[in-house]
Design a binder for this molecule. Sequence first.
Ligand code: NDP
Length: 339
Amino acid sequence: NKQVILKDYVSGFPKESDMNIIESIITLKLPQGSNDVLLKNLYLSCDPFMRNLMNKPQGAPINPLAYTPQSVIAGFGVSKVLESGHPDYKEGDLVWGFCKWEEYSLVPSSQILFKIEHTDVPLSYYTGILGMPGITAYAGFFELGSPKKGETVFVSAASGAVGQLVGQFAKLTGCYVVGSAGSKEKVDLLKNKFGFDGGFNYKEEPDLDAALKRHFPEGIDIYFENVGGKTLDAVLLNMRVHGRIPACGMISQYNLTQPEAVTNLAHIIYKRIRMEGFNSADFFHLNPKLLEFVLPHIRDGKIVYVEDITEGLENGPAALIGLYSGRNVGKQVVVVARE
Ligand code: NDP
């Protein structure tokens, strides 16, 4: 059973060499009377939060998902049930949920696995648009963002797993939406593939405030926050009164030993902005609503989803750390096996 283990806690930017590929023995047969589920892992999701699980724990509370040195790393993934001692699952079922980075997993029946009912769309979508990132974009934009037709929306990390969906949800709602991303190729995708009204490469904008003023002369109603740092600081200057900021992530800060200061926070008060952090785990009950909303749009082509597919578990570490340099174009997926 090929596995990816974390060598030791990580400080600063993660490197491929922080992880190792090892081989272990697994019996592909459940013990008599077991109510566990034996899975063959197919698609693994690379998610920015996995970096935070590599940190050395500092005080309580400790994230129950945090990795420990020499343990197999884990994240969301799509798997096939090989054998089940649990009445809810049977051999051949396809599921998605939290799973270890290994070829085969034995998971306790207490672990939540979502059954995959719709297989007329790519299975890998359950690591993205039909899985955790989809729930994140849906809950963050609609529940926390409270968008209204005609409003202005800014999205950072806009071409990624979550951002590309927020932009498309905003267009379907009748909003004006602009995104920032880290290359010309990604900015082209925003405008030509996802239907954003505009976009800019933040790496080539020496003055983010000026870039935002250019795209939002009347200000921003909703900022979908994915990166934090300098971008958030510039956005705060450009928010409109009663604007909303669903604080989804701050990837620019995850690898810094010294976080950047945000100096314009007082604008939250001046402009009566509602900024609210959230965790997708609190919104998994919206999964059926997400599917009901996006599946018809995927089928009729009104929503598209761009993935960046890496073949082979052994190439997983490079794919994962690529998130922090923007190597991925779209949702980063690692293929362990195709059914
Ligand atoms: P992406 O698919 O967007 O991949 C990460 C992207 O972040 C990179 O491609 C890169 O794009 C951008 N990035 C990396 N480093 C920096 C930096 N220093 N400054 C600015 N941008 C950077 O990831 P996701 O869509 O999966 O996640 C987006 C955000 O949402 C993350 O902050 C993540 O932690 C958060 N998240 C939060 C969840 C929640 O429950 N609250 C759930 C899921 C995600 P580029 O080339 O454009 O720079």
